[in-house]
Design a binder for this molecule. Structure first.
Ligand code: LRH
Ligand code: MN
Length: 434
């Protein structure tokens, strides 16, 4: 579904007066407003192809209708999000859920929506059903990943996983992607089940075979996770292990931080600052959670933690003269059990940009001075005055400048887009993904 520019202009005309008033209020006290607005306009967040349908749990899934039935419709939906917020300029594919049957056509379709292909994701955490005769689906999978993939005691299973990752890189090259995310569900669920050192070495050797075939301008993101689907050990279980792999692999390998992949109360902002300091932070899978890997809307549970993470990001990236928009992988990884997938993603993108804008408000010199004087109260006041500043007019202005909607969620509902998608695609369509 292509949105009519005139519809967005009409929508903005109706909201411009109240927007201008709010914008004047914040800009009046903010000399750096223009700089922040231009940084916000450049900041793009990749949308996961596996989160455009309704997600579920083992207890149930309640699809809402109008879901994308194939890769083309997934690209259309991300194109729709991007037309509404001009902040979702890339899609991150998961293979084999999204195998491009005609890569050139898929690339052309994405470009028609102003979309690029962000990190490719491999999947050696499921046994793929044998593809129906002649279907372009994944090639048959001979060996099971029940007891892991790259860690597996059986070399043939490790080789199968390596080949699958190399295939993902080939699809990515055809689409113009420049990175691969490797998340391994490998681990163990009972003490004694696994030799941790053998599992680590098998996994490192397997990753090395994939790394050896990585195009010179590509990055490999090693995504860690504390538990699930294994519940005693994960073979890439925390930032330390991911950093160890990335360091042993080489300069093109980095750790990927999925916000939901930590043990309760982990200090994620400290992990981010140290990975950044070591030059081994590759990017993020943004979401939010209260308990486990809940994959909830970004900023819906712990917005202050998200702000603190961006505070460390800006401090560390500026310290390394990194480009905020280009030098790290900004991706969402969420699952929508009770919300409309597109509304949920619009909220997540908004929350990320709000946290980024608030962190850009922090006076770093003032904060460093207060830290040097151990003025703990002042340090908190500096951070919380930024966090308590309503930066939404700045985020909206960045959208307006980029030709997007001032209020994407309102536009989505006023224009009854979900209803139109259901009318076009049907009420029972199911998207591939989790
Ligand atoms: C694992 C994970 C990983 C994806 C999957 C869909 O929990 O975060 O990033 O491959 O979700
Ligand atoms: Mn993830």
């Amino acid at each position: 579904m292509q949105l009519a520019k005139t519809d967005i202009l009409t929508h903005n005309d109706q909201l411009t007066r109240s927007h201008q008033k709010k914008l004047e209020f914040i800009v009046s006290g903010l000399p750096a407003a223009d700089k922040i607005i231009s940084k916000l306009s450049a900041f793009q967040i990749a949308i996961p192809s596996w989160a455009l349908g309704t997600g579920g749990t083992r207890f149930g899934r309640f699809p809402g209708g109008g879901e994308p039935r194939n890769l083309e419709e997934k690209i259309e939906d991300v194109g729709l999000l991007h037309a509404l917020n001009r902040s979702s300029g890339a899609i991150s594919l998961h293979i084999p859920w999204d195998i491009p049957t005609d890569a050139a056509a898929i690339r052309k379709l994405a470009a028609s929506f102003g979309l690029k292909f962000d990190a490719m994701n491999s999947n050696t955490f499921q046994d793929q059903p044998s593809p129906a005769e002649g279907s372009a689906k994944a090639r048959p999978q001979a060996l099971s990943y029940k007891f892991g993939s790259m860690q597996h005691v059986n070399k043939a299973v490790r080789q199968q996983a390596i080949q699958q990752n190399l295939e993902v890189i080939r699809y990515g090259e055809e689409l113009g992607s420049k990175s691969i995310t490797v998340w391994l569900s490998d681990g163990s669920s009972f003490p004694g089940q696994l030799n941790f050192r053998e599992a680590f070495r098998n996994t490192l050797d397997s990753l090395r075979e994939v790394y050896a075939k990585l195009p010179p301008d590509w990055k490999m993101f090693v995504e860690y996770k504390a538990f699930e689907p294994n519940f005693y050990s994960m073979t890439v279980g925390d930032w330390g292990q991911s950093h160890l792999y990335a360091q042993k692999l080489g300069a093109q390998a980095f750790a990927l931080v999925d916000l939901g992949h930590h043990l309760p109360n982990a200090n994620i902002e400290q992990i981010v600052s140290l990975l950044l300091m070591e030059g081994k932070l590759g990017g993020f899978h943004f979401n939010d959670s209260k308990y486990g890997d809940d994959d909830l809307t970004v900023g819906s549970i712990r917005p202050y933690q998200l702000f603190l993470i961006f505070n460390e990001l800006i401090d560390g990236m500026d310290d390394r003269q990194m480009n905020h928009a280009e030098d790290l992988g900004w991706m969402i990884d969420a699952s929508h059990n009770v919300k409309d997938p597109l509304e949920d993603l619009l909220q997540s993108v908004e929350a990320i940009k709000i946290a980024y804008a608030q962190a850009l408000l922090v006076d770093r010199k003032q904060l460093n001075d207060a830290q040097r004087q151990n003025d703990v109260v002042k340090c908190q006041e500096i951070l919380q005055s930024a966090f308590r500043t309503d930066v939404r007019p700045l985020v909206a202005e960045a959208r307006l400048i980029n030709g997007a909607a001032l209020d994407p969620l309102k536009f989505f509902r006023d224009k009854k887009i979900r209803e139109k998608l259901v009318a076009e695609r049907g009420s029972k369509t199911l998207a591939t993904g989790l």
